[in-house]
Design a protein around this ligand. Structure first.
Ligand code: SF4
Length: 480
């Protein structure tokens, strides 16, 4: 032993281990917290969310408070749009507000920080106005960064009337390197929209198929040229004028590459001058039947519930060869059992979690609740059988989610929200129904200045008109 070596006596060992024990304990505690299926902040947010749901929404099928906290959106950050759709959910003054990057960034940062503090560390959130592509590309990119910085997974909500150059400037830095490896956009493309380049007044959905194809091609090029993966959703408002085209649109465009098709039955919300007769003839059932006809079978929507079924219907699944295969069906008790096992074992939110950590969390959850394994195996067998066997699956699988989101008419939202704020439940069935839906809302907007979380219905029907009038003062259009 050379003179430089330290002789470690047993006393020194004892002393060292006494010092290291708390450090080891802290380290183990950190590992324990990190590998729990839900971190403590998410668990608290989920508990709160579940507790706030009205009783009728606390069903076995409910996703909120189990696998999701719900979605979020921005408001008042760039209200202007350059289209003239019927209906339009923006208030009359929205187009009198100048788009200004610094305002957008300030408001997005404040709203996202507030949403994080009020709703937990991670969520999906829409960057929505207004038309997002009217933002300068750098401002758009900075707004997405601000959302990510607060744990949000942002989705840019657009009418899709922008070119490759704009898309590239949003997703690529000045040196041409990708700002992010994966991006999400929702493109609203339908014949109720007026003002699209080349199709200012479309008379049918079929006319817009080329727009849909081109849009997907633009995102495909991003992946091929720059390795940026995209989640692109297709949005469509449904009115009496295009209800009869929904099924055909799904048949023609279902496999184009959109990961989600979301349909919004028209509601009497927003700019009254854009309302038409007959919106309420387009019932939820009528729209869902059309979507089902498009995929070639009745789509299940009760086995998984997102908020209130009068607001949302969702079917997750995939096209396999010539059929659409839902991941779960409404009428198989084994599917319901698989869902319950999933909710019990994996309760929590794994958004923004690195792949290796997600795997560790899932592994630990399975070890804690091994009964999920046979449920998963049995579910996988049923899925393969419904898909037509392994051979069919090997030929390709195109995952597509179908969604219907029905806004509540403004005339019901205002009294329902007023009473809710006073802690009262209405005796009037229609207003009470609106209250139940608002309480179970899955599309939330944040008001850091008042500390309020509000459903998007309340934002559009009650708050937007006042907010936009204030924004007109703050950001008047520049004189020509
Ligand atoms: S925004 Fe309105 S329609 Fe949508 S989930 Fe919330 S309450 Fe229901």
């Amino acid at each position: 032993m050379g003179p430089g070596c330290r002789i470690i006596t047993s006393a020194a060992v004892d002393q060292t281990s006494t010092q290291t024990r708390p450090a080891v304990r802290r380290w183990l505690r950190r590992i324990d917290e990190a590998t729990r299926i839900a971190d403590p902040a998410t668990e608290a947010a989920f508990d709160k969310r579940w507790a706030e749901l009205p009783d009728r929404a606390k069903t076995d099928a409910q996703i909120i408070g189990r696998a999701s906290i719900g979605c979020e959106g921005t408001h008042g950050v760039f209200p202007k749009c350059d289209f003239a759709c019927k209906p339009c959910y923006h208030s009359t003054d929205a187009n009198r507000v100048r788009i200004a990057g610094p305002h957008t960034l300030r408001a997005v940062r404040a709203q996202m920080a507030f949403l994080r503090s009020a709703r937990g560390p991670a969520s999906y959130a829409q960057l929505i106005g207004g038309e997002v592509s009217l933002l300068e590309a750098d401002d758009h990119a900075a707004a997405l960064d601000a959302m990510r910085a607060e744990g949000r997974i942002p989705m840019s909500f657009s009418h899709g009337d922008f070119d490759d150059d704009y898309l590239h400037r949003v997703v690529l830095g000045a040196d041409g390197t990708p700002r992010h490896r994966s991006i999400s956009w929702a493109l609203h493309i339908d014949s109720t929209m007026k003002g699209r380049t080349g199709f200012p007044k479309p008379t049918s959905e079929r006319e817009l198929d080329g727009v849909r194809t081109d849009a997907i091609a633009g995102f495909d090029r991003l992946e091929a040229d720059h390795g940026i993966r995209s989640y692109v959703a297709h949005n469509m408002t449904v009115t009496p004028s295009n209800l009869g085209e929904v099924a055909e649109t799904v048949r023609r465009c279902g496999r184009l590459g959109f990961k989600m098709f979301s349909f919004q039955p028209a509601a009497y919300v927003g700019n009254k001058s854009r309302w038409d007769e007959g919106f309420r003839e387009v019932t939820d059932d009528a729209v869902w039947d059309e979507i089902s006809a498009g995929v070639g079978q009745p789509l299940p929507f009760r086995v998984l519930q997102f908020g209130d079924l009068r607001c949302n219907r969702i079917a997750w699944g995939a096209f396999v060869c010539d059929r659409y295969v839902p991941i779960l069906t409404d009428d198989d008790p084994l599917d319901a059992a698989a869902r319950d096992a999933f909710f019990t074992t994996f309760r929590g939110n794994r958004l923004n979690v690195p792949g290796w950590l997600r795997a560790a969390k899932v592994a630990r959850a399975i070890v804690s609740n091994p009964s999920v394994v046979p449920a998963a195996v049995s579910w996988a067998r049923r899925f393969v059988r419904r898909a037509g066997g392994l051979r069919a699956l090997r030929r390709g699988i195109v995952p597509v989610t179908f969604v219907m989101h029905s806004f509540i008419d403004a005339r019901d939202v205002a009294p329902a929200w007023d009473l809710l704020k006073q802690g009262e439940i209405s005796d009037e069935p229609q207003i009470r129904a609106a209250q139940e839906r608002l309480q179970a809302c899955v599309y939330t907007m944040g008001h850091p200045e008042t500390g309020e979380l509000v459903p998007a219905c309340v934002q559009h029907s009650v708050l937007d008109p006042h907010e936009n009038r204030q924004l007109v003062e703050l950001l008047p259009m520049r004189p020509r």
